[in-house]
Write a protein that binds this ligand. Structure first.
Ligand code: 4NP
Length: 165
């Protein structure tokens, strides 16, 4: 079982989209024995809150229900428990790496979009002060990366195949 944590700043816009898409795909492709996916924020501003209403509405439009998710803050134990910690941007990366105590923990931290654009350290742009198109952009970027994360085919990527369960 690969345990994966998705991390953004507030855990109400970007990382819950990743968690919701991943849980949706895990159910759809019966991957429950292979992946455990959770999300958290580096900040504690929104603990126990639902995702941002704009995030919920955009995900719903794309067929993903985020309404049951609640925000939480990343904690030191997460750095041991999870195998991979995917962050949305440089600021998240620096904040998570600042919490690490070992080189093994540092090695777990990676930019989410490096799954689809290796080595570029591209950000998933924060949509909090943006508009609907910015939430849609987050959904599409995170969707492609999470499909790759779960070894599922990504649109336009002929090299990806569904692995047998
Ligand atoms: P997220 O977006 O990190 O994708 O959840 C944000 C959520 C809240 C805030 C900033 C970004 N905030 O400043 O409260």
């Amino acid at each position: 079982m690969q345990k994966i944590l998705l991390v953004c700043l507030g855990n109400i816009c970007r990382s819950p989209v990743g968690e919701g898409i991943s849980l949706h795909l895990i159910r759809e492709y019966h991957l429950e024995q292979r992946f455990w996916v959770d999300s958290a924020g580096t900040a504690g501003y929104h603990i126990d809150e639902s995702p941002d209403p704009r995030t919920i509405a955009n995900a719903h439009k794309n067929g993903v229900d985020l309404s049951a998710l609640r925000a939480r803050q990343i904690k030191p134990e997460d750095l041991d428990y999870f195998d991979n910690i995917y962050v949305m941007d440089r600021s998240n990366y620096n904040d998570v790496v600042a919490m690490t105590k070992t080189k093994e923990q540092v090695r777990k931290v990676e930019f989410l979009l490096n799954l689809i654009e290796p080595g570029k350290n591209l950000p998933v742009p924060d949509p909090y002060y943006g508009q609907e198109k910015d939430f849609e952009n987050v959904f599409q970027l995170v969707n492609s990366a999470c499909r790759k994360m779960l070894s599922l085919p990504v649109a336009g990527d002929e090299r990806q195949h569904i692995k047998p369960i």
